[in-house]
Design a protein. Structure first.
Length: 144
């Protein structure tokens, strides 16, 4: 139902984790995701803990689904001294090529407990269906 667009994306994600670099708008970090079929829907879940819902952008152009999010630093008082900071900040992005068998006009998005869940219905044209067999028409025979 979907294809990865960049085979080196996972390598970039691991490198960013090792180097502890934050994503930028020109070079966003990858976000983890799960994808599965549930009945007549295709479900994609993205982990975005600590991201405000207004900092998430979802676009679909043709069959390319793009999810971008930004985890912004929490505003701290002047007398706060940071001792440890491991939670990544910055921009996160993921692009997924959706199959033609999905109905991209009716995607539903929910965001709860740091997980963005997209539900994409299977298109009617892609669902299995029975084909009725019609009766044969009588052919006229021409005698000569």
């Amino acid at each position: 139902m979907l294809m990865r667009t960049d085979p080196f994306r996972e390598l970039d994600r691991l490198t960013q984790q090792l180097l502890n670099t934050n994503g930028t708008w020109s070079r966003p970090s990858a976000m983890p995701m799960d994808a599965y079929r549930e009945g007549e829907e295709y479900v994609i879940a993205f982990d975005l803990p600590g991201v405000a819902s207004d900092a998430i952008d979802i676009d679909v152009e043709r069959n390319m689904l793009t999810v971008k999010a930004e985890r912004r630093p929490v505003t701290k008082a002047d007398d706060v001294q940071m001792e440890l900071s491991e939670r990544p900040l910055g921009v996160f992005s993921r692009q997924v090529v959706l199959a033609d068998s999905l109905d991209t006009e009716h995607i539903k998005a929910d965001y709860d407990a740091g997980v963005l869940t997209l539900r994409i219905p299977i298109a009617e044209r892609a669902k299995p269906r029975k084909i009725a067999i019609g009766g044969g028409s009588a052919r006229k025979q021409i005698s000569g």
